[in-house]
Write a new protein. Sequence first.
Length: 610
Amino acid sequence: MDSPASPARRLVLAAPVLASAWARGAPPAQAGTKVLRYVFQIAETNFDPAQVTDLYSRTVCCGFFEAPLEFEFLARPVRMRPNTAAEMPEVTADFKTFTFRIKPGIYFADDPAFGGRPRELTADDYVYSLKRHYDPRWKSGNLYLLENAGILGLSELRQRLLKARLPFDYDTPVEGLRALDRYTFQIRLRQTSPRFLYNFADGSFTGALAREVVEAHGDRVGDHPVGTGPFVLERWVRSSQIVLARNPRYRPVFYDEHPPADDARRQAMAAQFKGRRLPMIDRLVISVIEEPQPRWLSFLSREQDVLEIVPNDFADVAFPNNRLAPNLARQGIEMVRYPRSDVAVSYFNMEDPVVGGTAPAQVALRRAIGLAVDVEREIHLVRHGQAIPAQGPIAPRCWGYDPAFKSEMSEFSRARAMALLDLYGWVDRNGDGWRERPDGGPLQIEYASSPDQQSRQLAEQWQKNMRAIGIRMEFKIAKWPEQLKRARAGKLMMWGVGWVAGQPDGDTFLGLGYGPNKGQSNLARFDLPAYNALYERQTRLPDGPERLAAMQKAAELMIAYMPYKVHVHRIFTDLAQPWVQGYDRNIFVREFYKYVDVGAAPAQRPGAPA
């Protein structure tokens, strides 16, 4: 894929750069509308940064909302730069005070809440938007990222108002979050937080909203996203199609990327698009197609310009031996293959009376279930080789990941699993072939799942693995957004999910086990004092051997108590049609579509609607 001599690469590099009035800095005149079409495999939830936690809604939100900083699109390794900020923030030596200065002249997209007047972005908008995560009304699933750092006064304000059963007061000043002037805001933390800035490179979390819009739309604000980003919401058919259009108010921003000097492919891309005004497309059309075969066929029939994550069922057809199939290469299709910094896990609800708790018998049950999972078979049969076994909770491409670390997490041993169950009293007492609880009651595991094909295939593997050690497993099927709501409320016994890093640090994954994160990132509701202490310690330390040791000890505790069975780290492959130019993936830049161009108007493209 990376070779400049490959057929697909030759075609993309040879494609002309389409000059337009917009690319020179003015809106297009009489130009064909440029539309990029691609597919989600799971439905979105809503588009409010204070509420979203799922990858798909976050991906869309980053088209609307802007954080002060952003990750460079083509930089390897990752690197941050100012976005709405005028320069990188001032950070004190103790990593407790952060001062951001926002560029003047940035405007929100038009909305009736502004009374027909242009509405400039100010420091107060960031102060307000950050406070929204503390407002219980919004049930922020990302609050833990701010609370863990301890913004002075905000947690206390939240708790005081909760106790008094009063609505959150946005106008009460707090020591740790304030606007110093129209374009400057400052955050002060209770404790040292060397990586706190990473949070401000994610528009789907710390992007700015206008108070007028939130108050105008109330509980429906997630249906009316209004930000300063490159796109606006043009049309939305829930769980079916999302259409984004270029934001006429978006300020002049130009393609200026700096990939590594030895990366010929990305160097050519950076040279080709340097100076182009962003975004280069006029509309983004996202369809939701949950089943893999229709998703694959939609791309082959040229109804989609990009196939994000080739379904595992078609990996051997699309890229045998991880090389683009010759028939696809001859069509000029480009393959972009990348390991995501993620984990695919099955969590145990630690508050469930059967699989939860830290008593030896419950720990033995979880570890036995983990040992009975044939991860290699899962990778081969369900994931078609597009993953590597996980040894612990920290994913590759994040600080703290150790490729040499080995653990029980990836071990498959039915003999050990059955020995553990027998030792702690999970035995078949009535001779029906199924194990009972130590108290003699029936043992049945309920595993939440979804109706898509891959979930069904994973359920089949679970069924075989559990039957082999005498454990009944029943599957509770519901759409993914419904399962997420139940998971956050602690109403599922077990569920399988993926967790993708939004920043290049292992704290993202260790946070899955931190007690105060229950109902947010910590779906397992794990709450072990020794683990919490190690987690808190590593958050305060700068990167180095001392922090790494604390992270490894925390990971070992998570492996020992097994609130999560971490299955794999996934490898994803995307395909792009030959008319798509500049396609690449940076796993920490969700809004890749901001940097992509299409080489023909939709009516000129095969398979595109007229």
